[in-house]
Ligand binder design. Structure first.
Ligand code: BG6
Length: 489
């Protein structure tokens, strides 16, 4: 795709003592260091609001690093090298004076990367203060999701950032784009002519995208209850997956060519009509149930919950794309917390052959499916019809897989975490895997009309037991169209 360069940079991590930084960002930077992908002059400045000594905070980061990096990947020599790059600065994000020390430490660094793992409400202020201390010229800014909670609030954040940083130095994270298997969608679609000729409404009957999580909301109630599953997962991760499946071939691999195609798909999404709200969309909220054989509480019984909340923890919906390629091909999206298993999977269902010649009773099983497993057990499987073996079987058909399992195929290769790839791309100045402002806005425009419809109808989310695949109506949603969710899960 492109060569990996390792230019030196100063990496300023705002919100360095938060969950994301400790669980994902420091471990990802550590892995890059271990893979020799951090230049020896690269420095990491941890910035946070917590008072306390530098020594105390660095010791805490070191402990958390050892906790979150897989034990088999912990190499003490690399840990030491990595920790030697780190410094800690206490900042009040809103006070310009507090940035002077950052500017001094960044010194004459050719490249500064400012990563905002903070609430989006302070992104604008951080940008302004970076500019005040002269850190806007050589700086790339990385914005974590969620950027706003609707079109209007996301515009405010983006506009505040844009006053100081141009789009080509603004990197909006959707960590799904950093997953190896998600990037593989581009290779699968555009490096195999085999699929591209079939990739339209003539050959595909429908597409399913499932992103299920086993975990509940534990400990994240404050954030999640304001967001809900539509804003937390559909607006970003699932719509990005839909775009990668549905977009037209880009002219090249450049960031803007890919993003131009994605945004066309988002703009072509049909708004959901008031009737569609009841037939095409299901909101759910988990109630007490079981996870891995253990009883688990419902969403409203989690610690610190608001027992009146009507926030959804599950959404299933049917999206339609209004263009020549996809007219009449529904995209069924489903995502939820407290599902039976963690699973992200896309299933492309191909149409039946145009003329059927086998025994009538076998007709129902005829359909080719391409199953793209994003996580776990990353791989691709193409279900094809073959003949049952044996003299007594006649022309009895069976569906079997042509299978590519990534961990078996590339045994030695560790699948890098999404953040490793994304941080490396920011360091290399490549915006391919980041979301452009117009994409975010098009995604919010579509989600906003759904949220407005829900608000107007006032309907409460449908209950589903923790450990199940969601409310019964999510099954009705697809069976109404004469289909079912792909059952091999
Ligand atoms: C985040 C959401 O963006 O993605 C979380 O805010 C969710 O609610 C997470 O748990 C899922 O990511 P992954 O990589 O574990 O599938």
């Amino acid at each position: 795709m492109h060569s990996i360069t390792v230019e030196p940079c100063t990496f300023a991590l705002f919100g360095a003592l938060g969950d994301l930084a400790l669980r994902k960002l420091f471990p990802a930077l550590y892995q890059l260091d271990g893979a020799q992908l951090l230049h020896e002059d690269t420095r990491i400045i941890a910035l946070a609001r917590e008072p306390g000594s530098e020594q105390q905070h660095l010791a805490f980061i070191a402990t958390e690093l050892r906790r979150y990096v897989d034990a088999k990947d912990l190499d003490e020599a690399v840990v030491e090298r990595f920790l030697a790059r780190l410094t800690y600065l206490h900042v009040d994000f809103l006070k310009a004076d507090d940035y002077v020390a950052l500017a001094e430490q960044a010194g004459s660094a050719q490249q500064v990367i400012a990563y905002f793992a903070t609430p989006a409400a302070v992104y604008g202020a951080i940008c302004e203060n970076l500019a005040k201390v002269g850190l806007s010229e050589n700086t790339r800014v990385v914005l974590e999701k969620p950027i706003g909670s609707d079109l209007e609030s996301s515009r405010k954040v983006n506009d505040a950032v844009a006053q100081f940083f141009p789009e080509n130095r603004t990197y909006r994270i959707d960590h799904y784009l950093g997953k190896e298997t998600v990037q593989n969608l581009i290779a699968l679609r555009f490096a195999n002519s085999l699929f591209e000729t079939q990739w339209n409404q003539n050959y595909i009957s429908h597409v399913e995208i499932t992103v299920a999580e086993k975990v509940g909301i534990e400990g994240r109630w404050g954030y999640f209850d304001k967001a809900g599953q539509l804003r937390d997962m559909i607006q970003n991760h699932l719509l990005q997956l839909l775009c990668l499946i549905a977009m037209d071939p880009p002219a090249d691999l450049s960031a803007d060519s890919i993003r131009d195609e994605k945004v066309k798909v988002l703009r072509a999404l049909a708004p959901i009509s008031p009737e569609g709200l009841t037939t095409q969309v299901v909101r759910g909220q988990y109630i007490a149930g079981h996870s891995e054989g253990k009883a688990v509480p419902g969403y409203l019984e989690e610690p610190n919950s608001n027992t009146q909340s009507d926030t959804e923890t599950f959404v299933a919906l049917r999206a339609d794309i209004r263009n020549w390629r996809w007219a009449g091909v529904p995209f069924y999206l489903r995502t939820g917390k407290r599902m039976p298993q963690k699973l992200s999977q896309i299933v492309i269902h191909f149409k039946e052959p145009s003329h059927y010649i086998f025994a009538p009773e076998q007709r129902l099983q005829i359909s080719n499916k391409l199953i793209i497993r994003l996580q776990p057990d990353e791989g691709i499987s193409l279900r094809v019809m073959t003949k049952e073996q044996g003299l007594d079987k006649g022309m009895q058909l069976r569906s079997g897989p042509l299978q590519l399992n990534f961990s078996d195929t590339w045994r030695s290769a560790r699948i890098p975490d999404a953040y490793e790839r994304l941080l490396l791309e920011v360091m290399n100045g490549n915006q391919n895997l980041f979301v452009r402002k117009d994409e975010i806005e098009a995604a919010w425009t579509w989600c906003d009309q759904l949220i407005a419809g829900w608000k107007k109808s006032g309907d409460a989310p449908k209950p589903y037991a923790a450990g199940s695949w969601g409310p019964m109506s999510s099954i009705a949603l697809i069976t109404r169209d004469g289909r079912s969710w792909y059952g091999d899960i």
